[in-house]
Design a protein around this ligand. Structure first.
Ligand SMILES: NC(=O)c1ccc[n+]([C@@H]2O[C@H](COP(=O)([O-])OP(=O)(O)OC[C@H]3O[C@@H](n4cnc5c(N)ncnc54)[C@H](OP(=O)(O)O)[C@@H]3O)[C@@H](O)[C@H]2O)c1
Length: 214
């Protein structure tokens, strides 16, 4: 596929590199320097090149949106017409200080994007938890009691694989059931981050979920 990367920072840079190495055609765009885009494309060692957001979006089979929520409007303006495209977004609707969601509970970043870009096919992905919030948890995993990491989803075979992966990297996998009510991934993602800091074991997480539901 041809994948346009809108925002070539931590997420866009890494994911674009993975896509290029998996054989896709990747266009890196939107960074503060052209040099950085060139370096990313060169280091990806695949079919990758640097260009503008408009070029990245043109003829793309899928577009990866990977900018801070405050930059979404700007990058979409530069990208031009994205109607009808598949847009995979990892842009969480966070405030400028990254301390809070600016959209939560009754809507989501994905829904807001869907309203901004007519007929686009929005996929909210890669936005489980910003990696930084888990640093404290990574340290705790060497302790006797493993920290819990919550995961959810509707596919039981998929969930089993996820549980194994979570266990292998040092956490105690924990899944809420049923999770159909967790319609909006973003508040859920932040809740998980908070629980990762504050929770001590599974039952406590379950208790906190009930309270959150109220
Ligand atoms: N990092 C995570 O673990 C993680 C996980 C899940 C979701 N997210 C979400 O994913 C999104 C991207 O996160 P990230 O960590 O990849 O952010 P990031 O590293 O800051 O990347 C943002 C990109 O936007 C570019 N940019 C910012 N201001 C610009 C401007 N004025 N003109 C041109 N380019 C500009 C940056 O340029 P430079 O490269 O020059 O800085 C960078 O390439 C955010 O919404 C975040 O909440 C992040």
């Amino acid at each position: 596929m041809r994948v346009g990367i809108l925002g070539s920072g931590l997420m866009g840079g890494k994911l674009g590199t993975l896509f290029a190495r998996a054989g896709h055609e990747v266009v890196f765009s939107y960074a503060r320097s052209k040099e950085k885009l060139k370096r990313l494309a060169r280091d990806a060692r695949g079919n990758a090149r640097p260009d503008t957001p408009a070029e990245a979006a043109m003829d793309a089979d899928a577009v990866l949106l990977a900018v801070h929520w405050l930059r979404v409007e700007d990058v979409l303006d530069q990208a031009g017409d994205l109607s009808g495209k598949v847009i995979v977004s990892c842009s969480l609707p966070m405030n400028a200080r990254n301390t809070d969601l600016v959209i939560a509970h009754t809507s989501s970043g994905a829904e807001a994007l869907a309203k901004m870009i007519p007929k686009a096919r929005i996929v909210a992905a890669f936005n489980t938890v910003p990696s930084e919030v888990l640093f404290g948890v990574y340290e705790a995993r060497r302790k006797t009691v493993r920290p819990s990491l919550v995961h959810c989803g509707g596919n039981s075979a998929g969930k089993q694989i996820v549980a194994t992966l979570i266990h292998d990297v040092g956490f105690d996998p924990w899944t809420p059931a049923p999770c159909a009510s967790l319609g909006y991934i973003e508040p859920f993602a932040l809740l998980v981050a908070q629980l990762a800091y504050e929770g001590t074991d599974g039952p406590e997480l379950a208790y906190r979920f009930e309270r959150f539901g109220e």
